[in-house]
Design a protein around this ligand. Sequence first.
Ligand code: PLP
Length: 386
Amino acid sequence: MENFETLAIRTQTKRSQFNEHSTPLHLTSSYVFDDAEQMRGMFSDEVEGNIYSRFSNPNTTELIDKMCLLEGAEAGWATATGMAAVFTTFAALLQSGDHVLACRSVFGSTHSVLTKLLPKWGISHSYVDLNETEKWEEAILPNTKIIYIETPTNPAVDIIDLEWLGKLAKKHNVFFVVDNCFATPYNQQPIKFGADIVIHSATKYLDGQGRVLGGIIVGKKELISEVKLFARHSGPALSPFNAWVISKSIETLALRMDRHAESAFKLAQWLEQHSEVELVKYPFLPSHPQHEIAKRQMKSGGGIVTFIIKGGLEKGRAFLDQLQLISMTANLGDSRTIATHPASTTHSKLTEEDRLETGILPGLIRISVGLEHVDDIIKDIEQAIG
Ligand SMILES: *Cc1c(COP(=O)(O)O)cnc(C)c1O
């Protein structure tokens, strides 16, 4: 058993005495021990097993095991949200005086963690543009502990060469952490290219139907031990119910990602020839500046398309107001197509200067292409562009 689809479906918790086919939901906060000796062994980590659901639960364990196989990781941990995964990773690996080197266009809340929260504990950061590869090496400081990136980025869909950055991180003895939320392990496996840790917001494509929140951290065993230590005692645990939903969802991840990508590619091609559209960014369009890198490290271009509508902020907002089928909502990676206008919403807290530096132009629209028929998605966008 080694193919992605099979692992995604057949990685399952051991059957109970009822011989169920589908993994049941284990709603229990704690577990009983057979005897005092077993209890002692589990508490001292000599014996494996479930003690308490803040530590582990069969549903979260199934999800973690599955994600480790799909990402090619040694170990993992599940968290209540994607942001809990981001924060837990930082908290577990960093200490006062350390520095994080990140790509400028990180997810909005990750930006807030770096700029507003980590400085409280004396942890600094700096940003480099994903595109400016010549600047990465000189930006590594003597106290840099983590290189943190997303590829493709949100919302600009920029790409960085994972293998190249992985080698750079190794050369400087820095942990290489990748938020793989946009690509999913079906499209891209950063550990193969040298990542030490991969993070997911399972809220997005892993659930894929806009129902539950969740986060995953997978990577090197010794780093995950640090993650476990922090998470077991600080408590960002994923609920068994959400783990059950997400694990079930991953069974169809490959099928869904293929369709998301097929429709996104069609939409991107259609947008590129539209007279009211200034620019389209999609990794598998030959016009994408890092198209060659994308082809090398990704299986498909994924489900996110961004474009710049002519007419700036006003036209961008008018476009959203005209949409009939497509939802305006703060999510992505859903079966429903979603449109956002980052300049006035998700990235409105950034200064105008920061926004422009991150490539968030006033007329930029991000489409998370869903699983509806692609003709209906295009038709709605066509009438909204006007
Ligand atoms: C949504 C998202 C997060 C945060 O995940 P939550 O589940 O909302 O906490 C982190 N990184 C990226 C790239 C995201 O899209």
